[in-house]
Ligand binder design. Structure first.
Ligand SMILES: [Zn+2]
Length: 401
């Protein structure tokens, strides 16, 4: 009975992924919201009609993904998707009003799904341990990194290097993966890099894990532009190599942190001395500087989000100032600047923890020979959704538990 239910939900989930892929290729907001709503209403109906006990239901992420008031969720989707492409063009007042509306509706939805607020719901779906996040924020509060404009300058010197031109990036990508023994099954990964809507840079969508994933990228020249392509390929590598076991797939805990960790490991590889010496004939090592570079800002954003969702009627400007001051981030960078507060609540928490894991990964595991591929494949991907998050953390030496 349960297995049957999960198989049905998996079909709905796949349909939803297909709709999202179509949306990322076409930018057709209306069509996407309509399709997604229909799929989710159907999935919700299937769950309601089943005889599975609430306790059992709460054990499966795939079921929890479809609980709550789906009409509210549809409303949230519509507002969010319409607002995203225009958000940089509206006044501060209008931005605040739209975000306020989203914030209220999201919390209302979370309550309908049995959660105190929307961030708590997202943390559960994404597999974020609030205590670990808190400890990482606390540690970074004590050891803050200075922003290094020097790093930006160094990266800038490769802005026009021929191998980083969009038309040459895919060729370089294949050489890099080969050089570091990172195995991608190309027959299962498709890259889309032409005629895409401009509201995002990169994305990776899995239709069937591990058989079909799509990397979508609006390519940007230069080293950092190339690192974004590497990041998305990191997601595809994760889907490529994760063990698929239909019932386990639906079970908790899915961990977005682990997936993002793999993507960030790929992204940051291009700042390593191994990459820079091999492909750019440079004797620089930018890896740690790059990893530390944005830490303060990411922590500030994660704290801001955690604080606003912890309150019923937060003052966003005030909360932003508090978060900025906690991590010595300039208050000039407004909370309206990154799109993730609108598009992906919980993203900054994922990124802060995953960033911390990547730092430990490069310190502990290193890059030489096949060690990186072996570790990622055997320790991270092979256990599939049964991967023990806490074991990874202790293995990499974060030592938080
Ligand atoms: Zn990512």
């Amino acid at each position: 009975m349960l297995r049957f239910m999960l198989e049905i939900l998996k079909t709905y989930y796949t349909e939803e992924q297909k709709a999202e892929l179509e949306y990322l290729c076409s930018g057709d907001t209306d069509l996407y919201c309509r399709k997604k709503n229909q799929i989710r209403q159907d999935a919700r109906k299937a769950i309601d009609l089943s005889q599975i006990s609430p306790v059992k239901k709460s054990q499966y992420n795939l079921i929890l993904n479809y609980i709550g008031n789906q009409s509210l969720l549809h409303e949230i989707d519509c507002i969010e998707k319409e607002f995203l492409p225009v958000r940089k063009k509206v006044s501060k007042k209008e931005y605040q009003d739209q975000f306020q509306k989203l914030f209220r509706l999201r919390n209302q939805f979370a309550k309908s799904a049995g959660f105190a607020n929307y961030l708590e719901y997202q943390y559960m779906l994404l597999g974020i341990d609030a205590e670990i996040l808190e400890q990482i924020l606390e540690t970074n509060r004590k050891h803050q990194y200075s922003e290094k404009s020097l790093l930006r300058e160094k990266i800038q010197q490769w802005k026009h290097t021929p191998c980083f031109k969009p038309e040459n990036q895919i060729e370089l990508l294949k050489k890099v993966l080969d050089h570091f023994h990172l195995q991608i099954k190309w027959e299962e990964v498709q890259i889309h890099n032409e005629n895409l809507p401009q509201f995002y840079i990169g994305n990776c969508i899995s239709i069937n894990v591990p058989d079909e994933s799509h990397v979508l990228i609006n390519q940007v020249s230069g080293l950092s532009g190339f690192s974004i392509l590497m990041h998305e390929i990191g997601h595809a590598y994760y889907y490529n190599n994760i063990r698929q076991d239909s019932l386990q797939w639906a079970n908790r805990p899915y961990n977005a942190v682990i997936e993002e960790f793999v993507a960030l490991a790929f992204e940051n590889l291009v700042y390593s001395p191994q990459f820079l010496s091999t492909f750019l004939d440079s004797d620089e090592d930018l890896l740690l500087d790059k990893l530390n570079y944005q830490t303060n800002y990411l922590c500030c954003c994660a704290l801001f989000e955690k604080n606003i969702y912890g309150k019923d009627t937060p003052d966003f400007d005030q909360e932003w100032e508090t978060a900025c001051d906690s991590f010595s981030v300039s208050r000039d960078k407004a909370w309206r600047s990154p799109h993730f507060f609108v598009s992906y609540p919980g993203f900054f928490a994922v990124d802060v923890i995953a960033g911390c894991l990547v730092k430990m990964f490069y310190k502990q595991i290193g890059i030489n020979d096949t060690v990186m591929n072996n570790y990622l494949q055997k320790q991270i991907c092979a256990p599939g959704f049964q991967l023990d998050f806490y074991r990874v953390i202790s293995q990499l030496g974060i030592g938080l538990r």
